[in-house]
Ligand binder design. Structure first.
Ligand code: SF4
Ligand code: FES
Length: 229
């Protein structure tokens, strides 16, 4: 079964069940995404992928909405561009995007300002350095949920991390805020691999960025091993 519909004035036919985002990518139409990742289940969290569907009251997240027969979709209408720009500006005003190159590129592309909401409260968090493999800096977390998903049913089935808090206070954390070594985490590193913002970062990379040399880091690691034996 296939579905035929119109996207940006072009007739498109895709397999039934494909999302609008799938259809766009199969046809060389670019729709930006932040929370979507090929290895995780789409949840429609960031709304960066919104599109305008004729006759529908609100913009639709293309990563979770299936393409429907006869739909008329616009991926770059004025409304869509304004929504994406505002999403980027809200992110920039509440979190540290300095380690999120893909998002920074989108900001340039959409002409989004870092100063649009100067009075916005920023989401600040202490760096959590509690295990030998990676650090967690939730000041850089945009709550895409990718790490939670690969830690759970999308890959590892470990369930070491999840959302905690509500509303503005929401952040990713361990149960009862336990240090990573006291959780079910097996240090597989999959969460680090899917994080788009540097909120999760390999410990070695973090130490190099603080100015330590590879030699100093290797002494640190050797020291750790010695202390254990
Ligand atoms: S830590 Fe990274 S992967 Fe996890 S929710 Fe935050 S930004 Fe996404
Ligand atoms: S990419 Fe679709 S909602 Fe985030």
């Amino acid at each position: 079964m296939t579905v035929t519909f119109i996207m940006d004035g072009k007739e498109i036919t895709v397999e039934d069940g494909k999302t609008i985002l799938d259809a766009a990518r199969e046809n060389g139409i670019d729709i930006p995404t932040i929370c979507w990742h090929e290895a995780t289940t789409a949840n429609g969290l960031c709304r960066m992928c919104v599109v305008e569907v004729e006759g529908w009251r609100t913009l639709q997240p293309s990563c979770i909405v299936p393409a429907g027969a006869g739909m008329k979709v616009q991926t770059r209408s004025e409304k869509v561009v304004r929504a994406r720009k505002t999403i980027l500006e809200m992110l920039a005003s509440t979190m540290d995007l300095s380690d999120a190159p893909e998002v920074l590129t989108m900001m340039d592309e959409y002409g989004a300002s870092h100063e649009r909401f100067p009075d916005a409260k920023r989401r600040e968090s202490e760096i959590k350095d509690d295990n030998p493999m990676y650090i967690r800096d939730y000041s850089k977390c945009l709550l895409c949920w990718r790490c939670v998903q690969v830690c759970a049913d999308d890959a590892q089935y470990t369930y070491a991390i999840n959302f905690e808090g509500r509303g503005f206070e929401t952040q990713i954390g361990t149960f009862f805020d336990k240090p990573i070594p006291e959780t079910t985490c097996v240090l597989c590193g999959q969460c680090v691999g899917v994080c788009p913002t540097g909120a999760l970062k390999p410990k070695r990379q973090f130490l190099l960025e603080t100015g330590m040399s590879p030699q100093e880091i290797s002494v640190l690691n050797t020291g750790r091993k010695r202390r254990k034996s």
